[in-house]
Design a protein around this ligand. Structure first.
Ligand code: AHR
Length: 548
């Protein structure tokens, strides 16, 4: 922070009107919102979701069947549809993930009672809980939720579908045909007639299409050059039927810059960069070992039982998102100098060791605590701050899996702290992201062979007409932060705060105790260009400020 900004805060602090009437002398942190420094409009699609046919995501989670005693809309769990609607989901990715790399879309069309049963991609995963029933729809996929049912789910919640195509196991022709089934005009083709018979006469107008998934791994173990060849074959002449298709390439494993450079240079040599809309990137916060191992299984910790070091390790992993975004963006820009291609972070979240599944068939299901709310807050803040680069993102996954927003099993249902963060942050959608300047004590923590460090606070700000949204995450496990908030270039006429906090970062919701963690809203006394707010340890805060 430069000296003039320090001076601004010193002056602004005098006689501050603030939440809890705190005196500025005690403030240890500051955030300045630079009203005159817009970054870009925040694409609503940054607040997207991911639904994979994995464990309890589809069957039991979303799809209960039209004949179920569980309240449903055409087979879709009603409580989930209603709750999802409330947070304005802009886009939902389906059917995977790795599942997509073996999915035949034709299995999910036609009369539901005639659809084939297939072995699910995840049937033999090492992570299955010992007591899981290994015979149900999670193992032998009944294909009850196919293209039409998924499109109807999206329609019911107000989201656009984002389909991941199978580049490993099917052909460019299959891809063309799936687009034809979805988008060709009513009555025009045999597949359009099939779509009508399945329940949707009008085109589904699917715009977003992933061309493969993790092509370096479960999506085919390609080299970047070989994947580029396949990608070019897939996207050559794929018909859009009047819908400009937004085609997304399968990006790197972690922050692998060679993958990005290798792919982009080959696609650019063929003059095809302009036909690409997005470049996908996946980043999970999973290694809680403090640098002791990079083994995928051994490095993970528990979602519920964690100490301070493991708490900070997961935040440290999540915080790498910023570096990954900026370095991938720079590598893309070496070829795509005009930055026509946007980054699509279509899998992100915390990933823990098995052991806290909400029920045994929820493969990769895990509890979700205030630590995960902090991960969600800091990640969404990062996306907002890079609104010029991120075209879309999807948290993994929607329900019963990884950093989910919901738990749903038979007649039981509950919201996780991550749901509440999405609810709080939805005010950023379509707003203008603004630059901020943050000063807060850094966090240090011990790790193998040294010390780790994290910023004390994460934040992002956005403006829509006179409504300024400022979201703040306090990363510290045990220190509250008193934050002086100043606006450069505007004054505040009204303020409201919404806080998600708990006495303990391990706090979480469950079927038995669904309201343990919930946000709290309050009016805040405001006037002038500043206010002071205390942010509890491991908390997420949203300030809604009306500007004069
Ligand atoms: O989200 C779970 C899995 O993680 C996805 O199937 C895959 O794309 C990623 O490796």
């Amino acid at each position: 922070m430069n000296s003039s900004r320090r001076e601004f805060f010193r002056t602004a602090a005098a006689g501050v009107a603030c939440a809890g009437a705190l005196r500025s002398a005690a403030s240890d942190s500051s955030i300045e919102v630079l009203i005159g420094e817009p970054i870009a409009t925040i694409a609503p699609e940054i607040y997207g979701h991911f639904v994979e046919n994995l464990g309890g995501v589809i069957y039991d989670g979303i799809w209960v069947g039209a004949d179920s005693a569980i309240p449903n809309v055409g087979g879709l769990r009603k409580q989930l549809v209603d709750a999802l609607q409330r947070i304005n989901p802009p886009v939902i990715r389906w059917p995977g993930g790795c599942f997509a790399d073996s999915y035949d879309w034709r299995d999910g069309i036609g009369p539901r009672d005639k659809r084939p049963r297939r072995t699910n991609f995840w049937a033999a995963a090492d992570e299955w809980p010992k007591n899981a029933r290994r015979t149900g729809p999670q193992i032998y996929d009944p294909n009850q939720l196919g293209t039409i049912e998924f499109a109807q789910f999206c329609k019911a919640v107000g989201a656009q579908p984002y389909f991941a195509s199978n580049l490993r196991g099917s052909t460019a022709q299959d891809f063309d045909r799936w687009v034809e089934y979805c988008n060709s005009p009513a009555g025009s083709t045999t597949l359009a007639d099939q779509r009508a018979a399945d329940g949707e006469r009008e085109p589904l107008n699917v715009r977003y299409w992933g061309v493969g998934n993790e092509a370096w791994g479960c999506g085919g173990s390609f080299t970047p050059a070989d994947y580029a060849t396949e990608f070019l074959r897939y996207i050559a002449w794929v018909p859009g039927y009047g819908m400009p298709l937004a085609l997304v390439g399968s990006g790197p494993n972690g922050n692998d810059l060679d993958w990005t450079r290798g792919f982009f240079s080959k696609v650019a040599r063929k003059g095809a960069l302009g036909r690409m809309w997005g470049w996908s990137m996946h980043h999970y916060a999973w290694n809680a070992s403090g640098g002791r191992t990079s083994d995928w299984m051994a490095g993970k910790g528990s979602a519920l039982r964690f100490d301070a070091a493991q708490y900070y390790e997961i935040l440290r992993e999540a915080n790498q998102m910023e570096t990954f975004i900026t370095s991938q963006w720079a590598a893309m820009g070496e070829t795509d100098r005009l930055h026509r291609v946007k980054l699509v972070v279509d899998e992100w979240g915390a990933w823990y060791a098995p052991g806290t599944e909400p029920f045994a068939e929820a493969l990769l299901g895990q509890q979700s605590t205030m630590r995960d709310a902090v991960v969600a807050g800091m990640t969404l803040d990062t996306f907002n701050r890079h609104a010029d680069k991120i075209g879309m993102a999807a948290v993994a996954q929607l329900v019963n899996c990884l950093q989910s927003l919901f738990f749903a099993h038979e007649g039981q249902f509950c919201l996780t702290p991550t749901y509440h963060v999405f609810d709080m942050y939805r005010a950023h959608q379509k707003a203008q992201s603004l630059r901020t300047s943050v000063s807060a004590p850094a966090i240090s923590f011990a790790r193998a062979g040294g010390t780790g460090s994290l910023p004390g606070l994460s934040c992002s700000a956005s403006l829509h007409d006179k409504a300024l949204t400022l979201t703040i995450t306090n990363l510290s496990l045990d220190q509250a932060r008193q934050v002086e908030i100043g606006l450069r270039g505007a004054s505040i006429t009204a303020a409201r705060a919404v806080t998600l906090a708990a006495a303990d970062a391990h706090a979480h919701n469950s079927f038995e105790n669904p309201h343990a963690v919930e946000p709290r809203a309050e009016q805040v006394r405001a006037g002038g260009a500043k206010l002071v707010r205390v942010c509890a340890p491991a908390s997420v805060t949203k300030l809604e400020l009306t500007l004069g």
